[in-house]
Design a protein. Sequence first.
Length: 717
Amino acid sequence: MTEGLHDANLGVHEHGIDSATGLPGRGALLEKLNSLPRNMDVAVLCIDLDHLSALNEAMGLSAGDSVLAEAAKRIATHAGPSSFLARYGGDEFALLIESVADFEQVSHKASALIEELMHPYLVAGKEVFVGASMGIACTLASQLGETQKLQATTVDQALHHAKAALSRTKVVSRGRWLLYEPGMTPVLGARLHLETELALAVEQGQFLVYYQPKASCRSGAITGFEALVRWLHPTKGIVPPSEFIPILEETGLIDRVGAWVLRTACQQLAAWNISGHDKLTMAVNVSLRQLVDLTYPESVQAILLESGVPAERLELELTESLLMHDVRHTEALLFRLKALGVRLSIDDFGTGYSSLAYLKRLPIDTVKIDRIFVQNITTNPNDASITRAIIGMARSLNLSLIAEGVETEAQLSKLVAEHCDTVQGYFIGKPMPAIHAAALLTSGWRLPQELIGRPTKTRTLLLVDDEESILSALKRLLRREGYRILSAGSGAEGLELLAKNDVDVIVSDQRMPNMTGEEFLRLAKELYPDTVRMVLSGYADMQSITNAINQGAIYKFFSKPWDDQGLKDNILEAFRRKELSDENGRLTREIGLMNEDLNRSNKALAVLLEEQARRSLLGQTALSAAQQTLHHLPIPVVGLDPSGMIVLRNDAFVELGMEEDVISSFAETLPSWPSTVVSYSDHVDSVGRRWTLAGRNLSSSGQYSGMVFAFVPRSPT
C-alpha cells in the first residue's frame, strides 16, 4: 500500500478537510464512530483505488489528485442519506453507513460503487482506468452467516475489521468487495503491530547507519561509502531493510528517519575528515516522500552547514523510477539541490524506464549499474552488452560510473576491462558499522593490483580442452613461440580466464561436457568480440561448426590430429590479425579523441566569437547613444580624424555656421599633447561672438584616434 506516499503528495490531514478531495480526514471519521450509540447497526466500507500509484508514476501527482477528486464525487453521489464519507489514507476512502436495516442494502451499495469506480476517468484529455477494491464490516451479526456470527463486529471494531477485509481483498482478488470474516484480523494485526514497533523505534532511536565502501577501478583505493539504515530491534536483532523501509514510506516515518540518516552520515564523514581521510564521498539514498517535499533542499543545506561537510562530497542517490515519477517537479527540485553543490546519482540504473532526453536535461553526476546486470556479466552476453551500453552512454554524457553488486574477481576484472570508474559490492566490503569502516580505512585496504593493473601487453593464447594430454601437447608445441599461454579444462573455466585476462586468440576443443566448443566460442564472441576464435577437434558437428563460422563466432576450424607447422602458422596469423584489428581500433579511438578535442575547441571558439559579437554590439550601441547625445548638446561639437577631416558635427555646430579653418588652425597645436589633457583657446568668430574652444587629442588612447572640439560661448566683455 502507498498510503504514506500519497499523504505526502496529496495533503491528507488527520483532522480538518483534505485538500485534494474536500473530504474530512481519518481523525474526523474516528470521532464520528466514537459518537455513535453502541447499539446502532452500522456498516463501514473501506475503498481502495487499485492503480493510483501507477498512475502517479506515469502521469504525475496532479493526475492522481484529479482522479481522487473525481472518485470522491462518485462515492458521495452513491453514499445516500445517513452516511459519512472520509478520505482515510493516500488512495483509500472510508464510507460509514448508519442505521443499516439489512446486509442486502449494504451489498447492493458496495457492488454499485465498485462498478461506478471502474468507469474511466478523464485526465489531461486521456481516459484512464483505475478500478477499486473494498472491504466491508457490518454489525448486523443476526443477518450474517454462521462464520461471521462467531466474531460479531461492534461499532468500535467496525473500521478495524473493514481494513482487515480490504487487505484480504487486495491479496485474493482486486476489483471486488469482501465481507469481514474471523481470521482476516491476524494479518492486519501483524502489520499494525509492526507499524507500532516502528513508530516506537523512531522515538527511541533504534536505528543504525551502516557504511558500504566503494573503490576506484584505477587506484584500487576506497573513494567513499554509501550510508545504509538498519533497524536494531530489541528482541529480533538486525531487521533487513526490505521488511521495514516500505512501511516507513507508507506511514510517513521515512521523513524523520531519512533526515536522521543524512545527518548521521554527514557527521561521520566530518569525523573521518578530521582523522585525515579528507577525500572520501558519502552517498545517501533519497525517498519519494523526501523528493516531493519542497523544503528538502533547505533541509540538506542546513545539515551540511551543521556538519561542516563540503557539499561536493555528499552524493544523493535516487532510483531511476523515482526520477521518472514526476519529471517536471523532479527536474526543478534536482536543480535546486545541484545549486547547493551536492552530487546527484541514479541508483539501479537500467531497471527503470528513463529517457536519455531526460537524463541529458537533469543535473546528474553519476549512474550506478544495477547488480542484476553485474552478477552475470562474465557469462551472459545480454547483461554484458547492457553494461557496455550503459558505460558508453555515461561516457558520452560525461557521467561517472559505479557498478554495484560486485562479488567475484571475474566480475571486477570484466568491469575494469570495460573502463568502469568505481565498484561497490561484497567483494569490496559488506555494509559495516562506522568503527569497522574506520578500521578498513586505517589499514590502507586496496583492490588487488593484479585485478586492476592489467599486465604488460603480450600475445596471449587461451587453450580450452577437457583432455589434459591435449593441453600438454599444445603447450609443448607452442612454448617456444613467445606466447603467454593460459589453459582451461572447460568452457566455464575458459570464461573465467577471459574475464581476468586480456586474451588475443582462443583455441578450443569442440566436444566437451556441459558446453561444446561452438557454444563456448559463441559466448566468447558476444562477451569478448575482439578475440580471434578457432576450433581444434577430432569430433565435430560440421553443420553447427559451419554455422558458427558463417556467423563470425569461429575464425577457423582444424581437425585432430593436427599438422604442427600448419597449426603454428595459423595461430601466428591469428595474432597478426588481432594486432591489426587492435591497431585499427587504437587509431579509431585516437581519431575519436581528436574529434572530441576539435569539437570542444570549436565550441570554445563559438563561445568566444559570440562574446566578441556581443561586445561589439554593445560598443556600437554605446557609440550610437554617444553620437545622439552629442547631436542634441546645445553647444557646438565637432570631431576630426587623424588627417584633419571632419567626421562629426552636431546640430548646434551646423546651425551656427562655424568656420572649419578655425578648427584646423587650432588642431595644428594639439597632436603633441597627451590624450588626458584638454586644450583651451579663445576665439572670436566673423560675426563677433566670443567662444572658448576646448579640444582633446584621442590618438594616444589606444582605442580611438583623432580629435574632438567643443565651442563654449563666452559673455561679451
